[in-house]
Design a protein around this ligand. Structure first.
Ligand code: ATP
Ligand code: MG
Ligand code: FE
Length: 334
């Protein structure tokens, strides 16, 4: 089985060829981040225009690199939400045109399911499992009783974890998106500011990051007014300590209370070194027997390989779409 997968939900244009749901034959990712950096965030109209320019090139590259002809393919998969409507529509139009021209079934894929199934490109999944989904727009704990079944058991009540990294990074003068650089700075500093750990002791699996963001911003502004200079490294380390404490404490508690075999960490923030190290250290101690799967860095951020992995499950269930498939910018899991 060979699936051609297309991803264009935000600011990465990506096309991949995936064999049997787990083997990457190609995974072309064209990032537009340089065009958005001067605006401090993704500009939807700019993103759509870049997707239009990149999508055909990525598609040709993906087939070429995989050494696959259109007639070898089993299906075409595409992200139809959540994401920016204009960006999603470019990928959807390209996938439809390709599927129609080559008489292939079209498989609609949820971008967040894709992030989770990035783990399938590393190891076979065993159910039930728990996924900690941490990305630019989402922070959720997802219970999966089986392939393709999603139950959100907790989520952020305000900002997503990645969003908090990006907003706080901006205060430190880092360029967008600042998660990676903030993570690196954090490793050079110490938790000297002791920011709050919101909701850490509450008996639920929800999160909140906007209070932490405000505490951070107020501290920096007050220091600036007094002409004090705070250590960027210690600020980064203190912020990261709060985020990682809360994410790992609640995730580990969920693993203790739900009958899971694996913990999957997914989404752009799964690239966070602090979070990866903490879970690798604590999970075996606190919940022995639960296997941790964290995709390699290149599969944490947006890419089409993960869409192809998720599509494999949908294809097995014959969840195909007709050619009137539309973008669903606010699509939820489950
Ligand atoms: P969503 O997947 O929710 O639709 P998105 O696709 O924009 O949103 P991703 O591409 O999955 O988000 O992740 C991007 C986010 O990951 C950004 O907010 C970025 O700052 C963050 N990020 C990337 N690397 C790191 C890191 N090492 N530490 C913390 N955050 C990081
Ligand atoms: Mg992105
Ligand atoms: Fe994403």
């Amino acid at each position: 089985e060979l699936i051609l997968a297309v991803e264009s939900s935000c600011d990465e244009t990506s096309v991949a060829v995936i064999k049997d749901g787990h083997e990457i034959l190609s995974n072309i990712v064209a990032s537009q981040i340089k065009s958005h950096q001067r605006f401090g965030g993704v500009v939807p109209e700019v993103a759509s225009r870049h997707h239009v320019e990149q999508i055909t090139l990525c598609l040709e590259d993906a087939l070429e690199k995989a050494q696959v002809k259109p007639t070898d393919l089993t299906a075409v998969a595409v992200t139809y939400g959540p994401g920016l409507v204009g960006s999603l529509l470019i990928g959807i139009a390209a996938a439809k045109a390709f599927a129609w021209a080559h008489q292939l079934p079209l498989i609609p894929v949820n971008h967040m399911a894709g992030h989770i199934y990035a783990a399938r490109l590393v190891k076979p999944l065993e159910f039930p499992l728990l996924a900690l989904l941490v990305s630019g727009g989402h922070t959720e704990l997802v219970y999966m009783a089986e392939d393709g079944h999603y139950e959100i058991i907790g989520e952020t009540r305000d900002d997503a974890a990645g969003e908090a990294y990006d907003k706080v990074g901006r205060i430190l003068g880092l360029s967008y998106p600042s998660g990676k650089e903030l993570d690196q700075l954090a490793h050079l500093g110490k938790d000297t500011f002791h920011f709050p750990r919101a909701m850490i002791h509450e008996n639920n699996y929800d999160f909140s990051f906007s209070g932490l963001k405000s505490a951070f911003i107020n501290l920096v502004h007050n220091a600036n007014q007094k002409g004090e200079k705070l250590s960027k490294e210690n600020l980064a380390a203190s912020f990261q300590a709060s985020v990682v404490d809360v994410l790992s404490a609640k995730t580990i508690r969920a693993c203790q209370n739900w009958p899971v075999k694996q913990l999957v960490v997914a989404g752009g923030v799964a690239a966070n070194q602090g979070l990866r190290e903490r879970l690798a250290k604590e999970l075996p101690k606190e919940v022995p027997g639960v296997e941790l799967i964290v995709p390699p860095l290149r599969l944490c951020g947006d890419n089409a390989a993960m869409i192809g992995a998720a599509a494999h499950v949908e294809l097995a269930k014959r969840h195909t779409a007709s050619f009137d498939l539309n973008a669903k910018p606010g699509l939820a899991l489950g």
